[in-house]
Design a binder for this molecule. Structure first.
Ligand code: ARG
Length: 574
């Protein structure tokens, strides 16, 4: 249990005894300055208002009822009625001693709820580009965090493998098919070539259109060419996932095509339930709840007049499948904010159609766009889309270049490995550390800096900690030796204890920047402690040394675990 929760419980009990209405929260928060103690209870003013009594008097009555023995050595009333809480060092020591348990992943499935995390989901017609980065990185953090907490997590990679473009790609593939050992090493060129043919050659275009229909109705020839293309494209995505260090594998792919056989049923279900209606031969759902300001309902086409199904039809089928076949209790979608309307429509249809059992949570976790330093969406110098493969190798090259400017005793091979971790970590962290819903500016120099709120800074802090252990010639330290004495130790200890709370918050709201900000504060607090409190100097007595080593140990463990949940690797040396 976190300190905050313990204090909340103790205060709630005392407030009740002091005759305060149970609906008044104690409002426990970390104090902003050490002179206000470690925590504050800010709820007395609100309670006083409700009880119509003077807040400071009420605060005094609550303090009288408080049982904080062994927890806080001192409480005091401040300002208009805040209660400042000064924790007992011995209490901190004992809490910190139990922290390592909370840094281990909970047993798989120890929380029964199944959570579906829908993320990455590139369209397979083209190579992965920067537009896929945010969903892939952010979604992966949530999958990791929820799994860490013991939930059963099902990653669902809703890849786009079924759109109209595939007719064109099959037709193109057919042209080069004779050459049996076809190479699709450059998906992008292949796509462009096929698009050019489609735009300029009417015969080709007609064939491409015919092939989409044939593909969707299961024609052998088309399906086998399509499959060939999909295999190459999936291999390419998997290479990117591996390079990025995200946990997606082939088994998580549940592409659009996988729902093809359910679409007719989905439409029929919506018609039977009176939700979809015929509109000039097309099947449409009209949603009053999403009407525009003139009262015109939002219209969602689920089947075209020619019989074709759409992106939304597939998503409705997938929602139904996830809720009713898989039995998921929480569905989390990591998709660009530009699809917000689509997601609102999807959720409204699912609920209206009774596809979503009570208590199931449907969540669209939207994110903003990755911008260039010029304030426009991030592009190559010539204005093209930036391929992820190129972006990732550039990150590693740039990191290698920076590392080569520092003195280090790393071998060439070690340096390559460190450069990989730093480069990839920097890209991921730059994205994760910004409030998800905002756009963010992609800036190589800022993200690769060893100062400030960056991956390299945190990785560097970790290497500092490890170097203490190398100098002390031991692998780890005994946590029970910990005795908080100095102010910087106290501050570091309090921050360390906040870790479980931060993880709970991240799991609930899906904002990874909360964990980034926390780790940055933690690393900074560690650096302050490290400057202020000598560890290995000759004049440090052995108890103090053991206690400080224990703080190093905990700091290293929390930093490593936190970065691991963000999908970022650490290293022993830099
Ligand atoms: N493939 C889509 C795109 O690139 C994203 C799919 C997101 N997931 C979903 N269930 N709609 O825009």
């Amino acid at each position: 249990m976190s300190i905050k929760t313990i204090l909340e419980q103790r205060f709630a009990a005392a407030m009740l005894k002091a005759g305060i209405d149970a609906s008044c929260p104690p409002a426990i928060a970390r104090s902003k300055q050490p002179r206000f103690g470690d925590f504050q209870a800010n709820g007395m003013m609100g309670a006083a208002k409700k009880m119509q009594s003077p807040p400071r008097e009420l605060a005094a009555q609550v303090i009288e009822q408080l049982e904080l023995e062994g927890i806080a050595g001192k409480t005091e009333i401040a300002g208009p009625g805040f209660i400042n809480i000064f924790l007992e060092p011995a209490f901190l020591n004992s809490q910190l001693a139990t922290l390592p348990g909370g840094l281990q992943a909970a047993a798989p499935g120890s929380r029964q709820e199944l959570i579906v995390v829908d993320y990455s989901a590139p369209n397979l017609a083209k190579e992965m580009h920067v537009g896929h980065l945010r969903s892939t990185i952010i979604g992966d953090v949530l999958a990791r965090v929820l799994e860490f907490q013991g939930y059963e997590v099902l990653r669902q990679n809703h890849m786009g493998d079924w759109g109209t473009q595939f007719g064109m790609l099959i037709a193109e593939l057919e042209r080069i098919e004779d050459a049996e050992n076809m190479v699709l090493s450059d998906l992008e060129t292949f796509y462009q070539r096929s698009k050019t043919h489609f735009d300029n050659d009417p015969e080709f275009a007609a064939k491409a259109r015919e092939y989409v229909v044939r593909l969707q109705s299961g024609d052998q020839h088309c399906v086998s060419l399509w499959q060939k293309f999909i295999d190459v494209s999936v291999d390419h995505s998997q290479d990117i996932y591996d390079a990025l260090g995200v946990t997606l594998t082939r088994e998580h792919i549940k592409p659009e095509s996988a729902y093809n056989d359910m679409l007719a049923d989905t439409v029929a279900k919506l018609e039977q339930r009176g939700i979809a209606v015929d509109d000039n031969g097309a099947k449409v759902v009209f949603l009053d709840e999403l009407a525009n300001k003139d009262g015109k309902p939002s219209a969602v086409i689920i089947q075209k007049s020619g019989g074709g199904f759409l992106y939304s039809t597939t998503d409705i089928a997938a929602l139904d499948f996830r809720c009713n076949t898989l039995g998921a209790k929480r569905l989390m979608y990591f998709i660009d904010a530009r699809q917000s309307l689509h997601m609102k429509q999807l959720f409204a249809i699912g609920r209206k159609a009774g596809m979503v059992p009570d208590g199931v949570s449907l969540e669209h976790h939207a994110f903003g766009t990755m911008m260039g330093k010029d304030g426009k969406p991030f592009k190559t110098r010539t204005g093209g889309t930036v391929k992820l493969a190129n972006l990732l190798s550039e990150a590693v090259e740039r990191a290698a270049e920076l590392l080569s400017q520092r003195d280090s005793e790393l071998s060439e091979q070690q340096r390559q490995e460190v450069a990989r971790k730093v480069g990839i970590g920097a890209i991921k962290y730059a994205d994760l550390s910004i409030t998800r819903t905002n756009d963010y500016v992609f800036d190589w120099d800022a993200m690769l800096s060893f100062e400030g709120n960056t991956a390299p800074y945190l990785q560097y802090a970790y290497t500092r900690i490890r170097s203490v252990f190398r100098k002390a010639d031991c692998a780890s330290a005994d946590i029970s030796a910990l005795r908080i004495v100095e102010a910087s130790e106290h501050e570091l200890g309090l921050l360390l204890l906040q870790f479980p709370e931060i993880i709970d918050q991240l799991a609930a709201d899906a904002f990874p920047h909360v964990l980034c900000t926390y780790l940055y504060e933690l690393a900074s607090a560690f650096m302050t402690f490290y400057e202020a409190c000598p560890i290995l100097k000759d004049d440090v007595d052995s108890d103090t040394r053991a206690s400080r080593m224990a703080l190093c140990e905990l700091s290293g463990q929390v930093l490593q675990r936190g970065l691991d949940l963000l999908g970022i690797e650490v290293m022993e040396y830099m």
